[in-house]
Design a protein around this ligand. Structure first.
Ligand code: SF4
Ligand code: SF4
Length: 162
């Protein structure tokens, strides 16, 4: 997997993909969810996230109180201490990691809290969740971070040509 090459292509195709999003916004909600879900499964069965780790290096997940409690239990730290040691409040008034790459990302792109990782991490890049139509702009932005999203959009374009 050539991550840099995929991300460069995603950058070059940003305008084209923006147009695609407008088109996808006109497809029936259920049909679009099915299309994304199917292609997400195909693409991610061919991708090894351990070779990439780009989301954990570059995009900070939102972290809710339940996530914080779970992480605290896992690393044996009080929730308040977890907030103090690892988190800050962002412009949307939500908790995020103080800095990226994520402090829990270890060598070989291993997540040291994988079992209790924030929900936003387990759902990323959100291409297999219901009502994708509401997340099309986010998906476009994620194509610049996640090679999987770039590939999903390329395959969708192929499907639409059929
Ligand atoms: S908690 Fe784990 S999955 Fe989430 S950003 Fe950090 S290393 Fe990645
Ligand atoms: S979800 Fe995307 S950005 Fe994150 S590791 Fe997997 S391929 Fe890379």
């Amino acid at each position: 997997m050539n991550i840099a090459a995929d991300l460069q292509k995603a950058k070059n195709k940003y305008k084209e993909n923006k147009y695609l999003m407008e088109k996808l916004g006109r497809i029936k909600r259920r049909e679009l969810d099915e299309l994304f879900f199917r292609i997400h499964e195909e693409v991610f069965s061919e991708i090894d996230c351990m070779e990439c780790g780009n989301c954990c290096k570059n995009t900070g997940p939102k972290i809710n109180n339940r996530d914080i409690d779970r992480i605290g239990n896992f690393i044996n730290m009080r929730s308040g201490k977890v907030r103090q040691a690892y988190l800050k409040v962002d412009d949307d008034n939500e908790f995020v990691f103080q800095s990226m790459p994520c402090p829990f990302l270890k060598e070989g792109n291993v997540c040291s809290i994988y079992e209790v990782r924030p929900r936003a991490c387990s759902e990323y890049p959100y291409t297999d969740i219901p009502n994708i139509q509401k997340k099309l702009y986010k998906t476009l932005k994620n194509s610049l971070i996640c090679p999987g999203v770039y590939r999903i959009l390329e395959r969708i374009k192929e499907e639409l040509k059929k």
